[in-house]
Structure formats: C-alpha cells, structure tokens
Design a binder for this molecule. Structure first.
Ligand SMILES: Cc1cc2nc3c(=O)[nH]c(=O)nc-3n(C[C@H](O)[C@H](O)[C@H](O)COP(=O)(O)OP(=O)(O)OC[C@H]3O[C@@H](n4cnc5c(N)ncnc54)[C@H](O)[C@@H]3O)c2cc1C
Length: 429
C-alpha cells in the first residue's frame, strides 16, 4: 500500500499525482485551473430545475425587485396583484398535482424555487410567497377532501386567493399544543372562537389554514386544521403589527367571534390537526433555509466588492486578512447550510423522516441569519448603518429566522429528542 502510494509521483506544487495530472492541468500551483464550480448546480437539481430558476429569476427582476423599496416603505406589498402574476406563471404549484393547476413536479423543484426567491432584495416578499406556496397548503394537498381542494387549493395555486397560516396565538407560539382557539360542533357546523397573532399575509388573505381545538382531551389529539374563508361574519383583522424588519410583509392579529362554517371545511380527520401541522412545519423549515442562501451569498459578495474599493490606512479594507478570511469563513458556512438543505431534500424525496435534519438546517439558518448580516454590516462601517444599503435591511429581516417557524431553542429540543438526550420528565411537543 505504502509502496503503491510512493509510486505516485507528485509535482512540486500540484497536489494531483502525475498519473492523473501529467502536466495537463498545471506545472506549478500558480496556473492550476479547474472548471469553474457552479455551487448552485447540485445533485438534486437538473437542467429542468435550472430552467425553472432562470424563469423565476427573470420574473423577480421584472416584477418584484424594482418595487421592493416602495413596498418596504408602504409596510405591505400588493399580494393579490403579485400573486396573480406568480400563479399565472405556475410558481405556486410547482410540486402540486396537475389536477389542481399545479405543475406536478417533485418537491426538489419547490426547494429550487425557494432558493431562487433569495434573489429578492428583501425578506418580507419571499416569506409571504413561501406562506402561500409551502406553509399553508401542504396539509390541504395531502389530506384535504376533493371539495376543499377545489374550493381553496385551486384558486391558491392560480394566485386568485391569498392564503395565510394561523397557528400562533398571544399565549402560544413555541408551545403549539397550548393554543386556546376552539372550534365547537353545532349540528353540522363548527363555531370558532379565539384569536391568532403574527399571521403573515393575514391582512390580505382570502382564507386561513387555521389550527383550532375541536375537542377536549390530549393536546396532541384534540386539534384540527380548518380552511376558513376570511370574509365570513365574526372575523376581525385587528392590525398590521409594527416590526423591526420584514416591512413589506403584513403581519396581522386576528379575532374570531362565533365564526360559523360547515364541518366539511376541516382538513382530513378530526383530531389530527397537530400532527398535520408538524408535517407542514417540515416543509416550512426547509423553505426557510433554502430561501436565504442567495441572500447571504449576495451580502458576502457585495461586502467584498464594497471593501475592495473602500480604502483605509493606505490599502483596501478587503486587503486586511481579517476581512477576507472572515468573508471566506461565512461563505463556507453558507455552503454547509446548502449541503444540509440538499441532503434533507434528497431524503425527504425518498420518503424518510427528515424532522431532525429539517430542525438542524432551520437552526443553522437562524444562526447564520444573525451572523452573516451582522459580520457584513460591520465591514460597511457607517454606511452599513444606513437604510440605503441592502445589508442593513438583511440585518433586520434575517433576525426573524431564529424565532419564526419555531425558535432556535425549539429546534434544539427536537434535535435532542432524536438524540435521546431530552429530559424524560419534561413534556415537549
Ligand atoms: C414576522 C413574524 C411572522 C410570523 N408569521 C406567522 C404565521 O404566518 N403564522 C403563525 O402561525 N405564526 C407566525 N409567526 C409566529 C412565530 O412562529 C412565533 O413567533 C414563534 O413560533 C415563537 O413563538 P412566540 O413568539 O410566542 O415566542 P415564545 O413561545 O413566547 O418564546 C419566546 C422565546 O423563548 C425561548 N423558548 C421557547 N421555548 C423554549 C424551550 N423549550 N426551551 C428554551 N427556550 C425556549 C425562545 O428563545 C423563544 O424565542 C410569526 C412571527 C413573526 C415575528
């Protein structure tokens, strides 16, 4: 073995054995050149994925990015107008059945779309699109009745309806099982009472995928998901919550008082709502990670460009080893996040339980959501502290990643459960 290894003769600087290299690639390290590595073209993606991404990218450049500043200032984007355009182009149904207007592609196309949404120069609009495409509808697609799919899924995929997801309440965010909203049976109907907080798209939505308690009993088996039209009596959209970031996305507080609707609006089996929502959270968490990759990379790239032209102490800021090393470190972290996202997607496509990996990638995305914009903003100096640059918006927007869709600590608790280290005497999920 050792002799065989020694027989491989190495060039002085090239790390490739001569048997492979034979001078074809290099004579010295200075002219080592390989094919450029396109990091976005990974094994889970094919030419078709690239085509989908290219067409979404063009859409973003024409229909979204030119208006981002205006929508951020207005604290809302025109959801119906934009979603109709996205729906008509097929972007809300990439992995949804063709029978309901979707493209019928597999879930990796949904991840490709989420990744490309990172080309949008703010966090609010991608998040709102993600709610419609990947957070409010997975349970409906998988467990909803044919009538419900026709009534809610078809117009949502077409972009005629804006959807929102109602899980969190003022007294229950991380602890989903402790929600208080009830849907009590009266004849063939449910009568809903309660409230929801932090509801993305809530001010503009046509329907809400609502988690409510439909019976007494164990909190994991007493809940149901219900499709609730937002225009029926008893629903009050109280306010657009003022936030530090995600300004273009509206975040509503909603009240439900004696809201009556048929029990047939329930998704799937009664009492399965908690389990269905845990399933929806997996796709939400993969979306959350995938949708920030390009945004992080753009920040790193733009920071490098800014630092290359900005001079201090007789040289560019970028020429300080601390600066270019730090940016290289951040890029490495982003590549690691990309890898776990692709691996999770691959396993999810193969029907494996990816709850632990999805929690890990969400945790990592949340951590990087704080680290990448913070480190980049620092290198922009005072300019980074102004509202004029994307880095300051990303600094505000990305902070949500560690909180929304399950806080970092909730992700850690899930991971601990899978590792068998979560204390047995404590209840969680
Ligand atoms: C802009 C925005 C948009 C949102 N959109 C939606 C939406 O569309 N639909 C929806 O249903 N919800 C939405 N949410 C709600 C979001 O999912 C919750 O904010 C999140 O789940 C955390 O819940 P909470 O805010 O009640 O925090 P709490 O549950 O009060 O937790 C507060 C903090 O306590 C810590 N903590 C919690 N549990 C543990 C634990 N087990 N161990 C250790 N520490 C812990 C964490 O640090 C956590 O951040 C949104 C929130 C925001 C801010």
């Amino acid at each position: 073995m050792a002799a065989a290894f020694r027989k491989l003769r190495f060039s002085r600087f090239c790390f490739l054995p001569r048997s492979i290299c034979a001078g074809k690639y290099c004579k010295t390290a200075s002219n080592v050149r390989f094919e450029p590595y396109e990091s976005t073209h990974e094994s889970i993606y094919s030419q078709e994925h690239t085509e989908l991404r290219t067409s979404l990218h063009k859409f973003i450049e024409k229909e979204i990015n030119p208006f981002v500043d205006e929508w951020e200032n207005a604290k809302r984007f025109p959801a119906h107008e934009l979603f109709k355009k996205l729906g008509s182009a097929g972007f809300f149904g990439v992995n949804k059945p063709t029978k309901y207007g979707g493209l019928g592609l597999d879930y990796s196309f949904s991840v490709a779309m989420a990744e490309e949404l990172g080309s949008i120069t703010c966090g609010g609009v991608p998040m709102a699109i993600g709610v419609q495409a990947d957070m409010a509808t997975p349970a409906l697609v998988n467990y909803g009745s044919e009538e419900l799919k026709q009534q809610f899924l078809v117009p949502t995929i077409a972009g005629d309806f804006v959807a929102c997801l109602g899980v969190s309440e003022s007294g229950a965010g991380s602890d989903v099982a402790s929600i208080r909203t009830t849907a009590v049976k009266k004849g063939d109907d449910y009568v809903i009472n309660g409230s929801k907080l932090w509801i993305t798209n809530g001010l503009q939505a046509d329907w809400i995928c609502l988690l409510a308690n439909t019976s007494e009993g164990h909190p994991h088996r007493n809940k149901s998901l219900i499709c609730v039209p937002m225009n029926i009596p008893g629903i009050q959209r109280a306010r657009n919550i003022s936030k530090i970031g995600m300004h273009s996305s509206d975040t509503a507080e909603l009240f439900f008082e004696d809201v009556r609707l048929p029990q047939s609006f329930r998704i799937g089996q009664e009492g399965m709502g908690f389990a269905y929502q845990m399933f929806q959270f997996v796709e939400e968490r993969i979306f959350a990670g995938a949708s920030v990759l390009l945004s992080f990379e753009r920040l790193i790239k733009e920071t490098a460009a800014y630092c290359a032209q900005r001079k201090a102490f007789g040289k560019s800021i970028l020429d300080n080893q601390y600066v270019h090393f730090r940016l290289a470190e951040l890029q490495t972290e982003v590549e690691l996040l990309r890898s776990i996202i692709y691996r999770t997607t691959d396993l999810y496509l193969k029907g494996k339980d990816v709850n632990q990996l999805a929690s890990m990638l969400k945790l990592k995305a949340g951590r990087l959501g704080r680290e990448v914009p913070d480190a980049c903003l620092q290198f922009w100096g005072g300019m980074g502290y102004t509202s004029d640059v994307e880095v300051s918006r990303a600094y505000r927007d990305s902070r949500l990643l560690s909180i929304g869709g399950g806080a970092d600590e909730v992700m850690l608790s899930i991971i601990c459960k899978y590792m068998g280290t979560f204390p047995k005497d404590q209840t969680f999920l």
